[in-house]
Design a protein around this ligand. Structure first.
Ligand SMILES: *Cc1c(COP(=O)(O)O)cnc(C)c1O
Length: 339
């Protein structure tokens, strides 16, 4: 049996989750008539202390809609260079919103208000207009690093001072909440929009929710339709999301513990140069010369372990709901015996 650590998106719905999915009450959500979708949107909004929520097929869509409804063409977005919105959404910021991007280089992707302020443009006809600051928590390419709450608050103040929109890509926000022991309701009031993914660590098969003020979400609903994200009996999927929110959050700590154990093992491997500190469920190892990500991952695959290349010298492993203690032991053995 292959142990798949390429991403926390690879999980399959548990039996209990499948059961609630198939017994979900559904309707046509484009008409606003799917009671389960409505329940999920309300539940997520209440959880994070926002007025409204919008269920979407992917986190890429929730991010792109948030950017689209809160910018004008020729505006500029500030984010860290590691950001998903910049690297992994197919250039969507340019295609969907006609905006440019100003990249920050912050240690492990955790931006500070000082770093961001350096990138805010003065009002000048030559410049794009700085409009939106996007943070990611946890930072995927930062190795699952998390923001301290004080920094998120300082960034809110900066956005207020410069009249900027503040968006959170919270694809793995639940991992941050558990790691930092924060409660979700502090997040809603901090941000203009938040994107959360149900299909990452929470283990739902599909779905993300965009959270924000009612008028923002009303506009977002129109854009979702234009992007082709208006789904019909989506309640089957929303039911999985509700189940995930209610049952799969607290267990994320297990994923973090297993990720730390993997990190410790990797530190001992002769073929690994360095392991980024493991804060949540993502483990990034920088390989020792002359090893390459392609070769190392190919050799690991022969031992039944999958990871992904994550830069010139980096490989990434992500722990998740379908990765057990027994899988951990097998993986540790394979890593140690690789070379
Ligand atoms: C996975 C992910 C997303 C959304 O990805 P989808 O595959 O489109 O759901 C957004 N941001 C980050 C940081 C992610 O890791």
């Amino acid at each position: 049996m292959t142990i798949d650590l390429r991403s926390d998106t690879v999980t399959k719905p548990t039996q209990a989750m499948q059961k609630v999915m198939w017994s979900a009450e559904v309707g046509d959500d484009v008409f606003g008539e799917d009671p389960t979708v409505n329940r999920l949107e309300k539940l997520a909004a209440e959880m994070f202390g926002t007025e409204a929520g919008l269920f979407c097929p992917s986190g890429t869509m929730t991010n792109q809609i948030a950017i689209r409804v809160q910018t004008q063409p020729q505006d500029e977005i500030i984010c860290d260079w590691r950001s998903h919105i910049y690297n992994y959404e197919g250039g969507g910021i340019a295609a969907n919103s006609l905006c440019s991007v100003k990249l920050v280089d912050a240690p492990r992707g955790i931006m500070t208000s000082e770093l961001v302020e350096d990138h805010v443009r003065a009002e000048d006809i030559h410049h794009p207009s700085t409009r939106l600051v996007a943070v990611e928590n946890t930072v995927n390419k930062g190795g699952g690093s998390c923001y301290p709450l004080e920094e998120l608050q300082a960034l809110r103040s900066l956005c207020d001072a410069h009249k900027l929109v503040y968006h959170l890509d919270g694809a793995r926000l639940f991992n941050a909440l558990v790691a930092k022991q924060q409660s979700p309701e502090i997040y809603g009031p901090l941000f203009d929009t938040i994107s959360i993914c149900l299909s990452k660590g929470l283990g739902a098969p599909v779905g993300s929710v965009l959270l924000g003020a009612q008028d923002t979400i009303t506009r977002a609903r129109r854009v979702r339709k234009v992007f082709g994200g208006g789904m019909r009996q989506a309640g089957y999927l929303a039911a999985a999301g509700i189940y995930a929110l209610e049952n799969h959050m607290d267990r994320l700590d297990e994923d973090h513990q297993r990720a730390r154990a993997l990190g410790n093992t990797l530190e001992e491997c002769s073929w690994v140069h360095e392991v980024l500190a493991v804060d949540t469920n993502i483990v990034i190892a920088i390989l020792e010369d002359p090893h390459t990500p392609t070769q190392a991952l190919e050799d690991l695959k022969k031992k039944g372990i999958l990871g992904v290349p994550f830069g010139k010298k980096e490989i990434r492993f992500v722990t998740h709901l379908d990765f057990s203690d027994e899988d951990l032991r097998k993986t540790q053995k394979a890593l140690v015996e690789l070379y």
